[in-house]
Design a protein around this ligand. Sequence first.
Ligand code: ZN
Length: 328
Amino acid sequence: MKYLLTIWIWLSCVLGVWAISPKSDFPVFWSAKEKYVALRDVAAVYGMSISKPAAQRITLQDRTQTIVFKTDGREVLYGGNLIWLHAPVSFVRGRWAMREVDLRVVLDPLHRPERYLKSVRHRVIVLDPGHGGQDTGAKGKRGVEEKRVALDLARRLRAHLVNAGYKVYLTRENDRFIELDERCRKAARWGADLFLSIHLNSAGSEAAAGVETYALAAAGYESTSGGLSNLTQPGNRYESANGVLAYQIQRALTQRLGAADRGVKRSRFLVLKNAPCPAVLIECAFVSNAREEAQLLDDAHREVMAQAIARGTLNYLNLAKRAQSEAP
Ligand SMILES: [Zn+2]
């Protein structure tokens, strides 16, 4: 017996069997006061193959999933959808590696949601149509106003989520101004389990188009687009769930609309920071883009957008339910 055990330990070490056990933690190493995990160790823990770096890409793959890392970049394609890491994948101490925080907060919750969503509640959804009243938000050349589209989308989305059996509140039911803090306080009063802030984007360049969904940035890291950060601010205790929710919504929206995928990004928007539950902010389209503004004028298109956001939200909620039904 002792003999067999010795052989097992020896085989485990030689073949790295320990590393593919789903219970094992990732081996972490330090460089310049930052914690890293080697991509080859991520692949080993996930039981995926890993490619050599080629054309600035490293690909992890198994039968059901593909993860493409950009070397010296923050972009990762997870299942074909773009997510932004807090810091670039870089060559550190002889291996390609990602920051430990990006593995823990961004990637691992997407890949193994069952580990992170066990205690997520799923009954009350708060929808937050951005802006309102004197604050019109972004405005397009043909007169589309962000505050009006956001409210219309929230109402349509509510219908789908109520239909699916959820209790849904809107932070505003009509065209009036509400402070950002008050939106979060309302969500807390209503016992929100989920908070979706709905916005439209605008850019100086008319070429900018597509969808992006924001989750709260981790402590010590800038927003994806830089600036606007108080780096000492903490993340929040929902940070793993935030990313899964953002990914599911971003994926559903880009697939359904065929819109440009600008990715799941990180930011410190006040409503994300102060939300009393998992929260994301969705930039559904660009009013500054002529084609997308024309689409926003179309009732049928806005309905498709609302359906897609509902689909993404329900996918997240189903993952949470599954995580809880599988809990030991
Ligand atoms: Zn806005």
